[in-house]
Design a protein around this ligand. Structure first.
Ligand SMILES: Cc1cc2nc3c(=O)[nH]c(=O)nc-3n(C[C@H](O)[C@H](O)[C@H](O)COP(=O)(O)OP(=O)(O)OC[C@H]3O[C@@H](n4cnc5c(N)ncnc54)[C@H](O)[C@@H]3O)c2cc1C
Length: 498
C-alpha cells in the first residue's frame, strides 16, 4: 500500500479537473499536486459519451477555458473536438504527468490535528488500495454516475426483441443503417441523436412524454470569425466570450422576468423552421417556463431540418408497454422499432460517489450547505466544482479554481492551515440545483443545500460571480480560518438578538 503527500489533491481529469490543475500551476506555482482519475483517459464526459452526433449544446467560447482560446471554427463543437481540446490542454501545460489513472477515490478522512486529508483510492487496473494525504481536497468529479445511465422501468421491456441502447454506453458495433429507430426522450441528448441518426437510419422517431424548448442557433459565430480576422487570438476569444456571457445572462434574466415574452419568441422561432401545419402545440410547447429546465440548442436547426425532410418525426405520448417488435403507446398507436435508444438521462451522483469524514464523523451531504456554490459547511479544506445550470459549465469551473488558489495564498500569507465554512444560521434552505428536470428531482434529497443569500446562495450569474470570486473578500461571516489543531466542529452560534 503506497502512501504519499501533496498540497492539493484533485479528483477527476475531465474538463474541470484539467482546468483546475492548470489554474493551480499558474496561480499557485509552488504547490504540489496530483490528479486522481478513475478512468484510463483524460476528458471525462467528452471521452465517455460516444453516441452519434455527440456535441456541446453551449458555445465553446464559454465552455472553453479562460486561459486557452477556442480556435476551432465551430462554436457548437463535436465531442471529439472537445476531447482533443481537453487533452491538448493537459499535454500543453504538463498536467498529464500529474494524473494517476485508474485511481477511483472511495473516501477521504479529514483530521483537524494535522490539518490533512487521508484519501483512499482503489486502483481499478491492479486492485490495489492507494492511500495519499493532502492539505486541500478539490473534487472535479462531475455530477453523474459513469457506470450506469438512467433508464426508467418500462413495462414489457424484457420481451422487446430489438436492440436496446443507452446513449451513455453506445455499442461500437451498432449498425442502424436503414433501420427503424425510436429515441425515447426530449432532452439535449435526444435532440442531438435524432438528426444525427436520421442521416443513415430508415426513419427515426423521437418519442417524448412532454415537449422541451428547442432553439436553432448557427454552429458558427460570425462575430467570432470576424474577431479572429482582426484581433490576436486571446483578444478575439475574450470579446466573443463576453458577448456570449452577456447574451446568456440577458436571455436568462428575460426568461425569469418575462417568461411569456420568451415563450412567444421561442414558439415563433420554432414555427418558422417546422413544416407548414405542424402541430407545434403538441410537440414543441412545453408546460413549464423557459429555463425551468435547460434550453435545448440545435445547431443550424438540424433537428427541424430532419423533421422537414421526413427522415425523423416527433411523437408526444406515453408508453403503455414495450412489445416484441417495438412500443405500444397509451393512445393505442404502435411504434415498430429495430433499435430503441433510451435517451432518458443520467443518474446524479455527488462527489463521484466518495464519502467524507471529518474528525471521524461521516459527512451527510444533504445536511451541508454550499458556500459560494463550491465548499461545504463544516468540511475543512475542501472544494468541489459544480458548473452553472444556465450557462457553460467552465465559466464557473474557472472561477472555483481561481477562488481555491486565492484561499491557498491567503492561508500561506496569514500562517494558517485551515479554512472551514460555517453553516448559516437559517432554516431557509433550498436544493443546490434549481432545475425542475427529472434527473435533478430524482436526486435532490441527497445533495447539499443552498441558503437564501450570499455567500450561501447560488446566483447562477457569471458577471456577479466574477466580482464575488475573483475580487470579493475571502474573509466573511460564513467562513473560519484557523491553525492546525482547531477542531472542525462549529462552535454554537450566539442566539440572535431579539
Ligand atoms: C452528454 C453531455 C453533454 C453536455 N454538454 C454540455 C454543454 O454543452 N455545456 C455545458 O456547459 N455542459 C455540458 N454538459 C455538462 C458537462 O458534464 C460539463 O460541461 C463538463 O464536461 C463537466 O466536466 P467535469 O470535469 O466537471 O466532469 P466530468 O466530465 O464528468 O469529468 C469528471 C471526471 O472525474 C472522474 N471521477 C468521477 N468520480 C471519481 C472518483 N470517485 N475518483 C476518481 N475520479 C473520478 C471521472 O472519471 C471523470 O473523468 C454535458 C454533459 C453531458 C453528459
Amino acid at each position: 500500500m503506497a502512501s504519499d503527500h501533496v498540497d492539493v489533491l484533485i479528483v477527476g481529469a475531465g474538463l474541470s479537473g484539467v482546468g483546475a490543475a492548470v489554474h493551480l500551476q499558474l496561480q499557485s506555482p509552488g504547490k504540489t499536486y496530483a490528479v486522481l482519475e478513475a478512468r484510463g483517459a483524460v476528458g471525462g464526459t467528452w471521452d465517455l459519451f460516444r453516441y452519434p452526433g455527440i456535441r456541446s449544446d453551449s458555445d465553446m467560447f464559454t465552455l472553453g477555458y479562460s486561459f486557452k482560446p477556442w480556435t476551432n471554427p465551430k462554436a457548437i463543437a463535436d465531442g471529439d473536438a472537445i476531447r482533443s481540446y481537453v487533452r491538448e490542454t493537459a499535454r500543453e501545460y504538463g498536467v498529464q504527468e500529474h494524473i494517476r489513472f485508474h485511481h477511483r477515490v472511495l473516501r477521504a478522512e479529514w483530521d483537524s490535528a494535522t490539518a490533512r486529508w487521508t484519501v483512499h483510492a482503489h486502483r481499478d487496473d491492479t486492485g490495489e488500495e492507494v492511500v495519499l494525504t493532502c492539505g486541500f481536497l478539490f473534487t472535479n468529479s462531475g455530477y453523474y454516475r459513469y457506470d450506469e445511465g438512467y433508464t426508467p422501468e418500462f413495462p414489457g421491456i424484457d420481451r422487446y426483441a430489438g436492440r436496446l441502447v443507452h446513449p451513455q454506453h453506445w455499442p461500437e458495433d451498432l449498425d442502424y443503417a436503414g433501420k427503424r429507430v425510436v429515441v425515447i426522450g426530449s432532452g439535449a441528448t435526444a435532440v442531438t441523436l435524432v438528426p444525427a441518426m436520421a442521416e443513415r437510419a430508415g426513419h427515426v422517431t423521437m418519442l417524448q412524454r412532454s415537449p422541451t424548448y428547442v432553439i436553432a442557433l448557427p454552429s458558427r459565430d460570425p462575430l467570432a470569425d470576424a474577431a479572429r480576422r482582426w484581433l490576436p487570438a486571446k483578444a478575439a476569444y475574450a470579446v466573443t466570450r463576453w458577448k456570449n456571457v452577456a447574451l446568456g445572462v440577458a436571455n436568462f434574466q428575460l426568461s425569469r422576468r418575462a417568461p411569456g415574452v420568451v415563450k412567444k419568441f421561442l414558439r415563433r422561432a420554432a414555427k418558422g423552421k417546422l413544416p407548414v401545419g405542424y402541430d407545434l402545440d403538441r410537440h414543441f410547447s412545453p408546460r413549464y417556463n423557459p429555463w425551468d429546465q435547460r434550453l435545448c440548442v440545435v445547431p443550424d436547426g438540424d433537428l427541424f431540418a430532419a423533421l422537414r425532410a421526413g427522415t425523423a418525426s416527433v411523437v408526444t405520448d406515453t408508453i403503455d408497454t414495450f412489445t416484441e417488435r417495438g412500443i405500444r403507446l397509451s393512445s393505442g398507436e404502435e411504434l415498430p422499432a429495430d433499435v430503441v435508444v433510451t435517451a432518458t438521462g443520467l443518474n446524479l451522483l455527488a462527489l463521484g460517489g466518495m464519502t467524507l469524514t471529518v474528525d471521524g464523523a461521516e459527512v451527510d451531504l444533504a445536511s451541508t450547505v454550499a458556500y459560494k456554490g463550491m465548499m461545504l459547511s463544516g468540511v475543512p479544506n475542501f472544494a468541489m466544482t459544480i458548473g452553472y445550470t444556465n450557462a457553460s459549465w467552465t465559466l464557473k469551473a474557472d472561477l472555483v479554481a481561481t477562488y481555491v488558489c486565492r484561499l491557498l495564498r491567503h492561508l500561506d500569507d496569514t500562517g494558517q492551515q485551515i479554512v472551514t465554512p460555517l453553516a448559516p444560521d437559517t432554516t431557509d434552505l433550498v436544493p443546490i440545483i434549481d432545475l425542475q428536470s427529472g434527473y435533478v428531482l430524482r436526486a435532490v434529497d441527497r445533495l447539499p443545500k443552498q441558503g437564501p443569500e450570499a455567500p450561501w446562495r447560488l446566483h447562477q450569474n457569471y458577471p456577479r460571480d466574477v466580482l464575488l470570486m475573483r475580487h470579493g473578500r475571502l474573509t466573511d461571516s460564513g467562513v473560519r480560518f484557523s491553525r492546525a489543531g482547531t477542531p472542525a466542529t462549529v462552535p454554537d452560534r450566539p442566539a440572535p438578538v431579539a
